[in-house]
Design a protein around this ligand. Sequence first.
Ligand code: FES
Length: 68
Amino acid sequence: MADKIEVRPNGPLRVYGPFNLVDGDGKSFKLPAGEFVTLCRCGASKNKPFCDSSHRTTIKFEANTKAS
Ligand code: FES
């Protein structure tokens, strides 16, 4: 189970280990405690499920963070 998931402003989700992530092809990524990965939430990454900074360099992603 992930220790913490942090929503980065106008960017990815930062997920802290320990956890085991399995992608759509069944490829497994194990992450130990104390380390983190960034998961794309903008849809533009060419390395999904991971963030490759396209949110900033390519599409200038802006998250809808306004409360209604
Ligand atoms: S959130 Fe960084 S590439 Fe999508």
